[in-house]
Design a binder for this molecule. Structure first.
Ligand code: FMN
Length: 146
């Protein structure tokens, strides 16, 4: 069974809800899914999982510190070991959402492979946004199995 990791940071629950919707979609599509906060995630998780979703709230047009901290901790230990690994980015925001660019830029530094356009959601994900996040999870699960 392919393994999908969802790493996120969340101050007030919106991004956590988005992470859970992605995880549900990936599970429904047959993947084994683990959710971790940026603080919980370990550098070698990036190597061990087959695909990864990376998400944050928008914090002054950048990703939240927990996710950035994870990237910082993971950079040297994973160098050369995550090239072309499938990833998908997601953010929740209050009307801006430029944090998505910061995640995509760092994912590029890691040489991860974007397999789907990022999800950017204003506030708490509900309705169609949940469906879109589940679909993103399903795409990640499919990419993880290849
Ligand atoms: C410190 C801080 C800075 C923020 N800066 C922005 C911002 O620059 N642009 C924006 O659209 N939203 C901004 N927001 C709003 C959050 O990104 C938004 O409410 C998000 O959905 C919160 O997600 P969470 O519930 O997972 O913490 C900021 C929130 C916080 C706490």
């Amino acid at each position: 069974m392919s393994k999908v990791l969802v790493v996120y940071c969340s101050m007030s629950g919106n991004t956590k809800a988005a992470a859970e919707a992605i995880a549900a979609g990936a599970r429904k599509a047959g993947a084994q899914v683990t959710i971790k906060t940026g603080a919980e995630a370990q550098p070698m998780d990036l190597v061990e999982y087959d695909a990864v979703a990376l998400g944050s709230y928008d914090a002054f047009s950048y990703m939240g510190g927990e996710l950035k901290g994870f990237f910082d901790r993971a950079y040297y230990p994973t160098q050369g070991q995550v090239t072309d690994k499938p990833y998908a980015a997601f953010v929740t925001h209050g009307g801006g959402g430029r944090a998505i660019q910061s995640i995509e830029s760092i994912a590029k530094s890691f040489k991860l492979s974007k397999i789907v356009e990022p999800s950017s959601i204003k506030g708490k994900p509900e309705g169609q946004a949940i469906t879109d996040l589940e679909n993103l999870g399903a795409k990640l699960a499919a990419a993880a199995g290849k």
